[in-house]
Design a protein around this ligand. Structure first.
Ligand SMILES: [Zn+2]
Length: 230
């Protein structure tokens, strides 16, 4: 299956993922609210001060409701055709989730290589999602975005067992859709190899970022050595 851009409807996207064995769950979504003086977009949960607009589960039991059952999925999206699509990581795929700048640099480096690049999506907020084979491990923060200097450092999260991400064509409150930058496919790269390339890409181009290199590489090395032991 090749799936690019944001061309699929949320229901089609959810069914496509479920068919690959990836559990999905409907999430809240942006909705036009015309009740005030000026029409505006609100989270479909209708809480005036929603803390995670368009990024929290619709079912009462939360992400635990995620399923690959196509009948259940059709039922959910019949009720909420615009619902965002969350996918559960750790079973068929892991996802390395980066800030916009880190992702752009990593994507550039990965496209120059002959292998190692799997499906890549960009979220409506500009984050990059690099899909890999499952590591069998829980998620981890590889770089926390913390930086003592004026600009924030790289923010890199590994989404593994029990994790989730919003898949294309999920939308933000501003209406920006997640899209596939490199098409979705079930052939997935080795997670540790991709994490290594990603951290190299982030750090190789800037000699002044040796501090960041050390911070980024340490967790990857730890995860790698734990995997080698286990
Ligand atoms: Zn909400």
């Amino acid at each position: 299956m090749v799936w690019q851009g944001a061309a699929f409807s949320p229901l089609q996207a959810a069914l496509a993922l479920a068919t690959c064995g990836i559990p999905v769950c409907p999430y809240h979504y942006p909705r036009m609210d015309g009740s005030g003086w000026v029409a505006s977009m609100v989270c479909s949960c209708d809480r005036p001060q929603c803390l995670q607009p368009c990024a929290h589960p619709l079912p009462p039991d939360g992400l635990a409701a995620a399923t690959t059952d196509c009948d259940r999925i059709r039922f959910w999206w019949q009720d909420h055709p615009d619902a965002n699509v969350a996918l559960v990581t750790g079973i068929v795929c892991d996802v390395i989730d980066t800030d916009p700048d880190t992702g752009r640099r990593a994507f550039k480096a990965l496209t120059r290589r002959s292998s190692g690049l799997g499906p890549v999506a960009r979220t409506g907020t500009g984050r990059w999602l690099f899909f890999t084979a499952p590591s069998g491990r829980p998620g981890a923060v590889l770089a926390d975005g913390d930086d003592a200097t004026t600009r924030p450092g790289p923010l890199v999260r590994w989404r593994g067992l029990d994790g989730s991400v919003l898949a294309p064509p999920s939308r933000t409150l501003l209406g920006n859709s997640a899209r596939w930058t490199h098409p979705f496919a079930t052939e997935l790269p080795d997670p540790y190899e991709l994490a290594q390339v990603l951290t190299d890409a982030v750090t190789a181009t800037d000699d002044q970022e040796t501090g960041r290199l050390a911070r980024l590489m340490a967790p990857v090395r730890r995860v790698r050595s734990r995997a080698a032991l286990g």
